[in-house]
Write a protein that binds this ligand. Structure first.
Ligand code: FES
Length: 288
């Protein structure tokens, strides 16, 4: 089965062909369109998971095209083929819920990396478009953080910490923006974000639930506990509930193996968690 259905939109045939050549052997089902109108027709009838599109097309402005996409499929993942994001394009990105940018010309490795991350992040596409003030706040906040640390050695982690505090999480586009601001490779930023568990690429709920699937917890039935949380919350791991109250994560060993199976909600640890205790935990946090 194909990993995901990807629609690539670009008026340059060479870009369409190279995307197909790179992504199809990796198991992606790749559809292509060299005109925005043709792409919108495909979107209406086919089930597409991710659109990778150029912003500069002859017959329709890219931003207008993405607005049309949002009307047809509000929650679809979109990656934009362009240069590095400016403050203006970051604002557009946030308002149009674009997942990431693909700077042109791009290598097959970069295309694959951005595609895999975008497919992973698309589940986390927030349902509602952020308010104008929120977008303004985020872009200004990021500008300020980058300015404060620019040209200072060892500044990446504090920048990421402050950015996560301001925005709540670090989506790919924000990582790219920080990389540009600090003048370091995106891969370095991504490497740090993926390495440290306190950085998150996905938005979190008001209360974040972490279920330990480490060996000690696993043998004491942690998988069943995770299943119960999924059923009760109607979300999968890495997702946020509709009301944004809860997000769910699975982790490897929380360092409290003697209390297995262990669940941590925000900063509070719950040990010897049973199916009944799952319900109690949810009731407790639903009230707060
Ligand atoms: S294995 Fe779960 S806390 Fe160690």
């Amino acid at each position: 089965m194909a990993k995901a259905n990807i629609l690539v939109v670009d008026d340059e045939q060479i870009v369409l062909k190279s995307c197909e050549r790179t992504l199809a052997p990796e198991g992606f089902n790749v559809l292509t369109a060299d005109r925005a109108k043709e792409a919108l027709e495909i979107l209406k009838k086919d089930s597409i998971d991710l659109v990778i599109t150029d912003l500069k097309m002859p017959e329709m402005d890219g931003v207008e095209f993405i607005r049309h996409i949002r009307n047809i499929k509000p929650d679809i993942g979109v990656v934009v083929i362009t240069g590095y994001p400016s403050q203006e394009s970051l604002k557009e990105t946030l308002s149009l819920k674009i997942l990431d940018y693909l700077p042109k010309p791009f290598s097959p490795a970069l295309l694959l990396d951005v595609t895999i991350r975008a497919i992973d992040a698309r589940k986390a596409v927030v349902k509602e478009v952020p308010q104008e003030e929120t977008i303004e706040f985020i872009t200004q906040k990021l500008e300020g953080i980058i300015k404060k640390y620019k040209n200072k050695p060892g500044s990446l982690i504090p920048v990421l910490q402050e950015a996560q505090e301001a925005i709540g999480y670090l989506p790919p586009v924000v990582q790219r923006y920080i990389a540009k601001g600090l003048n370091i490779p995106v891969s370095e930023v991504h490497g740090v974000v993926s390495f440290y568990s306190f950085f998150s690429m996905k938005p979190k709920g008001k209360h974040n639930i972490r279920v330990c699937l480490g060996t000690a917890c696993y043998v004491k039935g942690a998988e069943e506990i995770l299943k119960k949380f999924k059923e009760k919350l109607k979300i999968d791991v890495g997702e946020v509930t509709e009301d944004r109250i809860f997000s769910l994560e699975s982790v490897r060993c929380l360092g409290a193996c003697g209390l297995a199976p262990v669940v941590v909600v925000d900063k509070e640890t719950f040990g010897v968690v049973s199916q009944t205790k799952v319900e109690e935990i949810l009731t407790l946090y639903n009230k707060n």
